[in-house]
Design a protein around this ligand. Sequence first.
Ligand code: SF4
Length: 356
Amino acid sequence: MGYKKASFIEGLAEKIGLIPNLHKDGYQEEDKDMRFFSDEEIAQMYENFPPPDKWDNWVEYDPKAWPKKVKKEYQIIPTTCFNCESACGLTAFIEKDTQKVVKFEGNPHHPGSRGRNCAKGPATINQVTDPDRILFPLKRVGKRGEGEWEKVSWDEVLDTIGARIRKAIKEDRHNEVAYHVGRPGHEGFMNWVLQSWGIDGHNSHTNICSSGARFGYNLWYGYDRPSPDHSEAKFILLISAHLESGHYFNPHAQRIIEGKMKGAKLATMDPRLSNTASMSDYWLPTYPGTEAAVLLAMAKVILDEGLYNRDYMENWVNWEEFLNAQHPDKPKSFETFIEVLKEEYKDYTTEYAETE
Ligand code: SF4
């Protein structure tokens, strides 16, 4: 993949410095992709973004005053987007006159998103200015469903709910307490609090939206939000449409594409010819619900043909504990572990996957 010859407009824009010069000598010779840009060059691509040493006092022309050149002073505060769990970096532009946030832009210095956000990032401004946003706690008055609410203070809410939780715990009614959070972006902290109170009542939308994957990750990996080193991978298997619509899609998508540009093969299992599938080297249009059969068959091939990373498996997988628990009578060797796995997977043939 390489950069095409610059168009007249591109050439002009590069010459006067409006865009980085992607066509200058050197880039084309080096296999022409992002991996050959140095950190300095990438930083240069963000040269139009205010440098951090100017964030306390950033001046821009007011676009609404055009064609007059009216200067506006901003303070720029780094923050994060929370419109999905990627938590990409944003910068909030705060108007100095009014102390109001007037816009959000990507933060090129954020290590995850690196200044590249999806459209929902800058749209965070809607959450700040939406006239229908909820500004204070509301307490139901009248019967449930009547739609009658009154404004109450945060102190009242905290005192009321705190007292009720305390009463329930003291009366040993722990199971009557449930906590629901829309998006658990606090890395489990609230669940630890609940567990320390003896309450098994944490709930979130995640319990439905991605619980299958998260459960599996937790079982074999101990953590449900993995972030593989996509940009260094040689083969990337996506189950569903991560690149354009899945969780963590923006920071992961950037790195999956980097990996692909370095030569990684991309395979996507998705019943739909999604945008991701259409950009992949392999598309596996499995019937919904049959993905597990394909994965089991893949595991069998990997075992039978010795395609696993022995060094990793031997040193990082708890095969000894597994043998002790499941096969205490067998020799405790890695070879035994592989033989046991081969036996367990023997029925998951490619023919089996095909019939599923
Ligand atoms: S991917 Fe988009 S919605 Fe998700 S955190 Fe990043 S900017 Fe926000």
